[in-house]
Design a binder for this molecule. Structure first.
Ligand code: BGC
Length: 268
């Protein structure tokens, strides 16, 4: 099986994709990036994804055998998008995977964007080799979360929408909230402290990985947070979604020990 795949990351503001080497986690092409169409409607987003995939396939010599992974900012259950926080409400309940497959003329693997980023950080980045509970959070338009225990992902945790002090947490602690209110790093760090302390009390992670574009400025806010868990910036930054979506197309690249159970369940 080819150890290359295409990863597509759909976000509230941009849609990006690249060809990925699944063994090394490196990008084998330039990133193709386009704006998310105004309103985030299904047909318009599918059309942009098709353009990006077509551009990437045109570059690759073995286009026909390449798998395509797509990640999206919503709860994804059995290929259906079950929520829509920063895109059109028309996505709610939609058979989204099928919609993309019809437009692209091929099977795809379809997952939540933060779950894809979490898998990528676990496989290639800041959480590589870390046992126990790892929580990846992406701070962007919303807050995305991926909860992983001993290398196994619990999908669709959506901890960005925890209610804290009567508010949907991402409306107070996302990077978009910082921008909207023009908060400086210290003021935003106070919101992040409230958020991460709450999540830590609920899930007791060993490691928290902070992703999203703003993680490249981590020195301004991570040192201000006081938590028991180690909290570190993501390594893959804005490529994590692309890498994770691509990796999830291949079982051997995402499951502990290449798909074998992590701990033997056979009685001895
Ligand atoms: C969505 C999540 C998504 C996160 C980051 C949230 O608003 O509900 O599904 O993972 O934003 O994009």
């Amino acid at each position: 099986m080819s150890s290359r795949a295409i990863g597509i990351d759909i976000g509230g503001t941009g849609i990006k994709g690249a060809l990925v080497d699944l063994d090394s986690g490196e990008l084998l092409s330039d990133r193709v990036k386009k704006s998310t169409p105004e309103g985030g409607e299904p047909e318009a987003i599918v059309e942009v994804v098709k353009q990006i995939v077509d551009e990437l396939l045109a570059e690759a010599l073995d286009g026909d055998s390449l798998r395509v992974g797509v990640c999206f900012p919503a709860v994804v259950i059995d290929g259906h998008t079950m929520s829509a926080a920063n895109v059109s409400k028309k996505w709610i309940g939609l058979a989204a995977e099928e919609l993309f497959e019809k437009a692209l003329g091929r099977d795809i693997h379809f997952v939540n964007d933060a779950d894809a980023a979490g898998v990528a950080e676990l496989r290639y980045g800041a959480a590589k080799g870390v046992d126990g509970v790892v929580l990846l959070t992406t701070l962007g338009t919303g807050i995305g979360t991926a909860l992983i225990n001993d290398g196994v992902l619990v999908p669709n945790t959506e901890l960005g929408h925890l209610e804290i002090d009567g508010h949907d947490a991402e409306t107070k602690a996302s990077y978009a909230a910082k921008e909207r209110h023009e908060w400086d790093w210290e003021k935003w760090a106070k919101k992040l402290q409230r958020y991460y302390a709450h999540v830590e009390a609920l899930f007791s992670p060993n490691l928290i990985v902070v992703g999203g574009g703003v993680s490249k400025h981590h020195e301004h806010f991570l040192p201000l947070l006081k938590l028991r868990a180690r909290i570190v910036p993501a390594v893959l930054r804005n490529n994590a979604g692309i890498l994770g979506a691509a990796a999830l197309t291949s079982r051997a690249h995402v499951e502990p020990h290449g798909g074998a159970p992590l701990h033997s369940t056979t009685a001895s």
